[in-house]
Design a protein around this ligand. Structure first.
Ligand SMILES: *Cc1c(COP(=O)(O)O)cnc(C)c1O
Length: 392
């Protein structure tokens, strides 16, 4: 197995920098490399493995489904798609859903729905899409146009026209940029990649009001902050502000690729056969996986556990009293530790101490553990982090 990193670098385009070990298995909160080293997982595959690794119920459902019916495309009805859609609609503001294979694809669908909705309701020309600084909405040409990172955008211009940004949590700036030409406004209620930045309540309320004023659709991107991550099933529930569309992915499949765009009937009604589609989307295996994850993460007891463990982690991080820690922020198990330094050395040292850690931008350490994290894991993590911080 020692040749795996080399074989990867020889054959896979280098769009990710990886540590020099190879992960071979996982169970619960722990993943193991080819040398038998164990790592406590505080990343969960970037907010994906909500139920941890090798969850027995998820494994059984996926195994049964792939052995029964694995793929037939969207040309036919299948039960897993119908059941998952019904569950998503029952558990959210939405009246209808559209399935995709990833977060970026769910965002692309939302852009297309917004354009069609505006054209149908208001005629041509209402094509502007607004998003905010610090946002991350994906890396395809449309979603990248909404992702406010010069470094990500610059090499690939021209991107989708019509996109504009306003500073996050700046009400006056948002009101200025959202106007009669705006068809949609994309917001992460809690920004993930941008550094774990929660939106302010009055900001979301003002954006909602401005969208209503101009007939623009408000889209919440809950790809990272949704699916129970913050201690409520959807992050928008913390605010009491309801969107017209919402994108969800990452944790939805618990490790299988699936994304979804949730919409109101008003949006759904403008879309017809042939307007959008995907060969793989809503395949029976991914949908069965998502059914299990959604059933589990919508249970009040698990959501309460997420809140409790998140509070505990925050409390313990505050107690650390490290001079390098500027702020601890976030909600539930979506936590950012803002530091006065580049956090790369902490992530690197984490590997030596058996920790999988992640950054969100250069100066924020990001914690996105599986929801099954227990107090003993928090203890282990804090002990290791303390050691790492003293070694710096
Ligand atoms: C990860 C992420 C995306 C993109 O999802 P992919 O599945 O990587 O395409 C979009 N929006 C947010 C908020 C994300 O965190």
């Amino acid at each position: 197995m020692n040749n795996i990193p080399q074989k990867t670098e020889d054959n896979v385009i280098h769009t990710y920098g990886r540590p020099p070990f190879t992960l071979v298995s996982g169970k619960g909160m722990i993943v193991t490399d080819s040398e038998g080293n164990e790592y406590l997982d505080l990343v969960a595959g970037i907010a994906v493995a909500a139920l941890g690794h090798a969850d027995p119920e998820l494994t059984a459902a996926v195994s049964e489904q792939i052995a029964t019916l694995s793929h037939v495309s969207n040309l036919y009805y299948t039960a897993p798609q119908a059941n998952l859609a019904e569950r998503l609609v029952n558990l959210s503001f939405a009246d209808k859903v559209y399935f995709a294979n990833s977060g970026a694809e769910a965002v692309e669908a939302a852009i297309k729905f917004a354009r069609k909705y505006a054209r149908t309701q208001h005629g041509p020309g209402k094509t502007g899409v607004v998003s905010f600084t610090g946002s991350f909405h994906g890396r395809t040409m449309g979603s990248l146009a909404l992702t406010a990172r010069e470094k990500y955008q610059a090499p690939f211009r021209p991107l989708m026209p019509g996109a504009s940004f306003a500073p996050f949590n700046d009400i006056a700036a948002a009101e200025k940029v959202i106007g009669p030409d705006t068809c949609a406004v994309f917001v992460e209620p809690i920004q993930g990649e941008g550094g774990i930045n929660p939106a302010n309540l009055d900001f979301l309320q003002a954006v909602r009001a401005r969208c209503d004023q101009y007939g623009a659709l408000l889209v919440f991107d809950e790809i990272q902050c949704g699916m129970g991550r913050t201690g409520k099933l959807w992050a928008y529930e913390h605010y009491g502000v309801t969107p017209d569309m919402m994108t969800v992915a990452k944790a939805l499949g618990g490790g299988l690729p699936i994304g979804v765009t949730l919409v109101t009937d008003a949006v759904a009604n403008v879309m017809g056969a042939g307007d959008h589609g995907s060969t793989f989307a809503a395949g029976p295996v991914a949908c069965r996986a998502a059914e299990v994850v959604l059933k589990r993460v919508s249970q009040p007891a698990l959501l309460a556990h997420v809140t409790h463990m998140g509070d505990l982690l925050m409390e313990r991080l505050h107690e650390l009293n490290s001079p390098h820690i500027l702020e601890v922020r976030g909600k539930g198990l979506m936590i950012g530790v803002a530091m006065d330094m580049d956090v790369t050395p902490i992530v690197q040292k984490g590997f030596d101490h058996g920790l999988l850690l992640l950054n969100a931008g250069p100066n924020v350490l990001r914690l996105l553990p599986p929801y099954i994290i227990a107090e003993t894991h928090v203890d282990q993590f804090m002990t290791k982090l303390e050691t790492i911080l003293t070694e710096l």
